[in-house]
Design a protein around this ligand. Sequence first.
Ligand code: MRU
Length: 346
Amino acid sequence: MTEHIQYSPDKDALVLLDQRYLPNREEWFECRTTDDICFALVVMVVRGAPAIGVTAAYGCYLAGREVQGMDGDWKANLNAKLDQIEKARPTAVNLRWAVREMRRVWQEAGDVSLDALLTVWLARAREIHEDDIAMCEAIGRFGGALMDDGDTIMTHCNAGALATAGYGTALGVVRGAVDQGKKVSVIANETRPFLQGARLTAYELHKDGIPVKVACDNACALLMKRGLVDKVVVGADRIAANGDAVNKIGTFGVAIMAQRFGIPFYVAAPVYTIDPETPTGDDVPIEDRDPREVTHIGDHRIPPEGVEVYNLAFDPTPNELITGIITEKGVLYPPYTEAIRKLFDK
Ligand code: MRU
């Protein structure tokens, strides 16, 4: 797949494949300022936890470029812009991680000029970008080994190349299985209301020639009951210290159904998605998004005028429903509090 996050030195811009319009149109969105970056994150030109992190890292660099042209104390101006980026979306820990990482690099660089900081930051953003692809490929190798030839894998939302720098986490597991010579196919849950499954997961798997069928979110139980699902693999926006995994709204329900039908339920995510500062999934801030995403299909309003809706974007899946957490360092199994503690002690 085309790289959907590209830093262009010629344009001095971060160029993003605009995911709002996929699969119908491949349009590119250019970010030059902090406001552009925050807009792209909030309206989901770019989305998916690791892709958000990579975008935020380049965003810090672009914020520095913007500050170069501003009056006043550059350090204070820059810090205010970093705060703005960090707050763009609350749930994916990767956003906070990326901004903190850039602050750490700044601190480590000491009393440097803004020009010198920008050189170091651009290099670090590029490294974060490249590392993400390598981490996804490692997740794919570990996860691919857990899949069996002939499996049909259900996934929810899009945890694919479009949600990362490339290759994907949950879809990285699918790609890993394919790379290991296994014939697997995917059921992509539609994933209301932004339709990451119907639009994005279907788009990228179809493009790669991996068999994919889209199902309504509410078909899950019947498909499982009919024996049409062998494994579930999903991504995560944040994994708490006890292994509870927060992912796209609806994931919790899929996990409950998978347990009901004895289907293995895996979460695939890089280690930095695990947040040891957050004790349980219930402690993770859940993004409450624009109601219009639920009320409208295109310009057409579905519920009667005046009726309110919920648009909570994520839910925590309790650790006891998770068969394994597939990371780039290997697969974690219950009890997760212990497995995660050991991982971080290393
Ligand atoms: O609101 P989104 O589209 O950013 O939500 C994305 C998800 O929930 C993904 O499953 C998660 O970020 C993992 S991406 C590898």
